[in-house]
Design a protein around this ligand. Structure first.
Ligand SMILES: [Zn+2]
Length: 295
């Protein structure tokens, strides 16, 4: 049963994995907090959370959903070090204070290095909704490591730099029919290009395209779940189009003028007219121009 108090401000969907008897609960935040997805993976006796949202009301909705399962939280997995995916950890685990917060060393370093700057940028916008207490990952997994959580295998792959400076993905169960990729793949949304690793992002996407070809469903950090091959090839195309549009305007310079950013915005909105998160287009322009100028 889904409680209707705070969750009803977020979009909820439920994905039953009949082959190995687990359920993926998916919550999506509003556009104001970037249409971010967080997940609860419910098995026979327990729940594992994947990412924890950015602001307190969203994290409270996730906690309410957790309580509605009637099962204990046994772990939180953080897919990468952007605050819309880790900021709500303390709120979510308020009643389960000893659960491990699982991620990689690279992601933990990324959070530690950027957490103050993110707060300076976003707290004025969100005010009291910005969490005061932050909990960083405290259990690290290595590339290729498998953890069994309540009878379900989580097979982790440390992708290194891609969409962010360090990204994690994992498949689930013996059948590996499901994969979580954080923000390495968006679905029907503009990508977040600010971290300036777009070349390496393409390398990682092309690797994943081969490795995930037998996986049935890809769950992303932003957008609906879908077929891995289709979503990955669309993301590869998107990053390439963005790079090309920036390169045409930058002409080798390491940044774009405001006028050029407006032109980039128009060109990307024309190329992807139905995509959400258009505010990401201009925000990432200088990072990608700088990256291309150095390459
Ligand atoms: Zn995100």
């Amino acid at each position: 049963m889904i409680p209707q108090t705070s969750i009803n401000k977020l979009n909820y969907t439920c994905h039953h994995q009949e082959d190995e008897s687990y359920v993926i609960h998916m919550l999506t935040s509003s556009p104001r907090s970037f249409l971010t997805n967080a997940y609860l993976i419910e098995t026979a006796h327990a729940v594992v959370a994947v990412d924890t949202f950015m602001i307190v009301p969203d994290a409270l909705a996730l906690r309410e959903l957790l309580h509605s399962t009637g099962k204990p939280l046994i772990a939180i997995i953080i897919t990468h070090g952007h605050p819309d995916h880790y900021n709500g950890t303390a709120t979510l685990m308020a009643d389960f204070k000893d659960v491990p917060v699982i991620s990689t060393q690279g992601i933990t370093d990324c959070i530690r290095d950027s957490i103050d700057a993110k707060e300076v940028k976003w707290k004025p916008f969100f005010g009291d909704e910005w969490p005061s207490e932050k909990i960083l990952p405290n259990q690290w997994v290595n590339n290729g490591e498998t953890l069994c959580l309540d009878g379900l295998d989580y097979y982790f792959k440390d992708l290194g730099a891609a969409e962010s400076s360090s990204d994690l993905c994992f498949t689930l169960g013996m059948n590996k029919s499901v994969v979580f990729v954080g923000d390495v793949v968006f679905n029907q949304m503009h990508g977040f290009m600010n971290d300036g690793h777009s070349q390496q992002w393409l390398v990682v996407l092309k690797q994943l395209a081969g490795e995930l070809k037998d996986v049935k469903t890809l769950f992303t950090g932003h957008g609906l779940p879908g077929n891995p091959a289709e979503l990955i090839s669309t993301q590869i195309e998107y990053v390439g189009v963005y790079q090309n549009e920036v390169a045409k305007l930058a002409k080798g310079n390491n940044g774009l003028s405001q006028e050029q950013k407006n032109e980039l915005d128009g060109n990307m909105c024309k190329a992807y007219p139905h995509y959400q998160l258009a505010e990401f287009i201009k925000a990432g322009a200088d990072s990608v121009a700088n990256e291309l100028a150095l390459s």
